[in-house]
Design a protein around this ligand. Sequence first.
Ligand code: 26W
Length: 823
Amino acid sequence: MISKSALADLPSPAPRSADPDALAAEIIERLTYSIGKDAKVAKPHDWLTATILVIRDRVIDRWMESTRQTYDTGGKRVYYLSLEFLIGRLTRDAVSNLGMLDEVRAALGSLGVDFDAVTSLEPDAALGNGGLGRLAACFMESMATVDVPAFGYGIRYVHGLFRQQMSDGWQVELPETWLANGNAWEFQRRESAYEIGFGGSVDGIGANPAETQRCVWKPQERMVAVAYDTPVVGWRAKRVNTLRLWTAQPIDPILLDAFNAGDHIGALRESNKAEALARVLYPADQTPAGQELRLRQEYFFSSASLQDILRRHLQEYGDLRSLPDKVAIQLNDTHPAISVAELMRLLIDIHRFGFDAAWEITRKTFSYTNHTLLPEALESWPVPLFERLLPRHMQLVYAINAKILRNARLERGFDEDQIRSVSLIDEGGDRRVRMGNLAFVGSHSINGVSALHTDLMKQTVFSDLHGLYPDRINNKTNGITPRRWLMQCNPGLFSLIRDAIGDEFMDNTEALSALDAFAGDSEFCARFAAVKRDNKVRLANLVARRMGIKLDPSAMFDIQIKRIHEYKRQLLNIIEAIALYDQIRSHPERDWVPRVKFLAGKAAPSYHNAKYIIKLANDVARVINNDPAVRGLLKIAFLPNYNVSLAEIMVPAADLSEQISTAGMEASGTGNMKFALNGALTIGTLDGANVEIQEHVGKDNIIIFGMTAEEVAERRENGHEPRPIIEASRELSQALTAIASGVFSPDDRDRYAGLVAGLYDHDWFMVAADFEAYADAQRRVDALWVDEEAWYSRTILNTSRMGWFSSDRTIRQYAKEIWKAGP
Ligand code: 26W
């Protein structure tokens, strides 16, 4: 160890240079001395690793500076707890935010290595399912950008979201192995390790009333959480924050006693059990995972993160009473909601707080974001499972519940129905712990992710809790980082904008509004169109390479990319494509607008209907793409293995963005923002953030159709009868008959009988009910497309007016209104 006095004299390393020659020399040095490869025999992956190590050094300088600064100023830290971080590739993002793109490109170039080729070898970190995980990644980058000292906490899954392969048009799931070539971005922190327990028994200490009693929990099973840190660089590298992901390890790597006694398998069982915990990301979004392993993951990362947070706070301030002044913990959906009970346990059992004092600290520290209203996605755990795995937490949940219900009954005069609805325990059917209610009562702020979603939260899932705590629910409309989703993914548009309006928008996205002045400038429209065309050519080339489908870049590129889910209504899109196909064949004399419909997205492996929707898209694509009567006027391409990196190619190439969820069901959407920012027009329902996008871009620059959330609710309440609606529409009934009779599935004519029967029977997602409105809206889009200059001026106005949807704005609102943190 080093003595304190010697520490003061330790030399600090010189900050690393950004000069291309210095970078090149260091890359060679890393290749030689860190990777042990001669440049002459180095493989592409070796170059990638060497490059990352050299960039990482530049990041570390800023990282340490940021950490020191927070420490010195005693600033409040934000902890973002999320079971998902859908990051994608990190390297280009880091280099670009460091402002070193040209230098690194030149350095590699001087070594005969192509920057784009090398960075495209980096696997996506796909530690998330969809919107919620991608939002967490955008937030991490924005927190660093707007100078909020923050840690993200999550799980370092060995396997992220599965790789999707198409086999005869069906989705096949393959394990994804993003760590196969190592991960040069992360640092293992063996010293940041915490014990995590499960099961066992609880002993009371002393004779206090149950709810203030300190207890000793003796878990039956124990493991260790070990941290891995990844630096997250903000724009211009002003600040570098930390993403800390936990991995699970056994307490003893092998049970030596058992091993020596000859029980070799038994000795390894413990170790396997621990390592299984962090092995896979649950691939289901919007459907409850249900299984015990999921609850274990949730508790594991919540407990590790809280122990880490308390340790850091105690080390700095010596007293947990000041926790809410220095720490804000954001719960990303209910996945970390067990944290509420865990913090109570740590405060009461370990740090000897009384129940009420602990409760006050807890509520002031936590805030919770809700991301979905779908009843099937609201997490709850069977009481017996909860009790078996987390016996101490079960006691605390009961104690919290008693306190809440007592208050609701005695002080607020709640009746029995209201009591039932605010209770932490769902008593209807098998008894379950409601994680949403736990997160709600344990937080001082509960936010929705768009204005509409927040209103619906107040009216539906949380109406009684909102009545009990009327000042807690607030809105924070989602956003996206303009660095990844404009500057990096669309360099052509980025430089066109810079030429036109200068650099201010790079630091203040809302300055994009200066582009409004160019919407009527035909020369600018032409340049905007040329950029779009280049991006479309790039996508068309990719489709030709990967799928052998030839596409015309002058056709309208109409894109729907997102998880496959019935409420997102890919089915509506496909049925409309069939109706259009029929029209093109029946009316060859008309001037049809050439279109390519792109779809991409993954279905939860257990989601039957979603998997059939993928198969249907592929079946329909095969028939339409190969029908000479269509004369290439309509093509369909379902691109396999949708991920962040594919989105970065598809988004800039879109003319039309499909955001067509059943109104009231998409909490926000964030893909909608990415497309509009990159100059696509939206065809969409008044759902989620579409409502606010319309307010910003203006009614003339977006194509809205269909029922409102209110109308959907009303229709459901009054009993929606789809059959007469279907029968009244010739186009719709013909399309459905074609699907149901096997026109697209001659090898198995009944394949889609079930899917179509659902539409006739209940049509829960209002596909039939919205069909006519949607088809009309598509013909309105065609009419707009024909006037090319007017089309581009509309798309320019979209780019110009989307600045507000930067996640920097969202994060500033969280920081000011919820966390009270940051500058
Ligand atoms: C328990 C299983 C489970 C897993 C994930 C249930 C629900 C989820 C998430 C809430 C799914 C999700 O990603 N929600 C999306 O969050 C985005 C960010 O706020 C929104 O833009 C999307 O509308 C919402 O569907």
